[in-house]
Design a protein around this ligand. Structure first.
Ligand code: PGA
Length: 253
């Protein structure tokens, strides 16, 4: 069975409620031509409810940018997986490099979040990626392998159908520098083989691995046609409906 490519916009800290609804309307206007691609949007927490209502009956799935691993309690500022499912999210991102670099996300906390999200019935987009320093030191593969293994600490092969990976080299995020298709493919192929070792080759074959980092309408097709790249996690270019739709179209098989 071929993997269905998945293109998800990661809106980060952008868009008010009104702007969210407008962007979603723009995406929905062009989404009917995207047969064979799963499409997701990831507005900020404050706009999830409005986004969820707008997406009813559409084929665009709602995702959250992060989740906390405890079910409930005195965790000021945090949001549980059940709350995200309740508001209509199908997915949550976990372990984005901005969370790792600026907000204390560790491999261990990412692993707990993945486990909690899956347990609550949410699907997960687990992000991995090396910094420029790590790449130049020849440590890219080692870094992403460690992030993957810790991220999957609580994932069993039975739960793996709800897991998506995103390879996002930190040096390519928001910088305009994209990994070349062959640089990205090399890491994706490695991730798939590590997934095979951890969960079994048959399961690894079904898991989508997105590429993220300065994906644009101009470079999307060359990336998405690599054998182990199954769509993308899109930051800046996901904030404009026309560009996001063009990137989604580049993933149509
Ligand atoms: P970018 O961000 O497309 O703006 O580089 C990607 C991401 O951080 O998910």
């Amino acid at each position: 069975m071929p993997r269905v490519p998945f293109v998800c916009g990661n809106w980060k800290m952008h868009k008010t409620v009104g702007e969210t609804v407008a962007l979603i309307d723009g995406i929905l206007a062009g989404a009917s031509t995207l047969e064979g691609v799963e499409v997701g949007v990831t507005p900020p927490f404050t706009a999830l409810h409005a986004a969820s209502k707008r997406l009813i009956g559409s084929r665009v799935v709602l995702c959250a940018q992060d989740v906390y691993y405890e079910a409930q309690g005195a965790y000021t500022g945090e949001i549980s997986a059940a709350m995200l499912a309740d508001v209509g999210c199908r997915y949550t991102i976990v372990g984005h490099s901005e969370r790792r670099a600026r907000f204390g996300e560790t491999n261990e906390s990412a692993g707990k979040k993945v486990g909690a999200a899956l347990k609550a019935g949410l699907r997960v987009i687990l992000c991995v990626g090396e910094t420029l320093e790590q790449r130049e030191a020849g440590a890219a593969i080692q870094i992403v392998s460690a992030q993957l293994e810790a991220g999957l600490a609580e994932v069993t092969p039975e739960r793996a159908a709800d897991l998506v990976l995103a390879y996002e080299p930190v040096w390519a995020i928001g910088t305009g520098k994209t990994a070349t298709p062959s640089q990205a493919q090399e890491v994706h192929a490695h991730l798939r083989s590590r997934l095979g070792a951890l969960l079994g080759a048959d399961v690894a074959d079904t898991i989508r691995i997105q590429y993220g980092g300065s994906v644009k309408p101009e470079n999307a097709r060359d990336l998405f046609t690599q054998p182990d790249i199954d769509g993308g996690l899109i930051g800046g270019a996901a904030l404009v409906a026309k560009d996001f739709l063009a990137i989604c179209r580049a993933a149509v098989p």
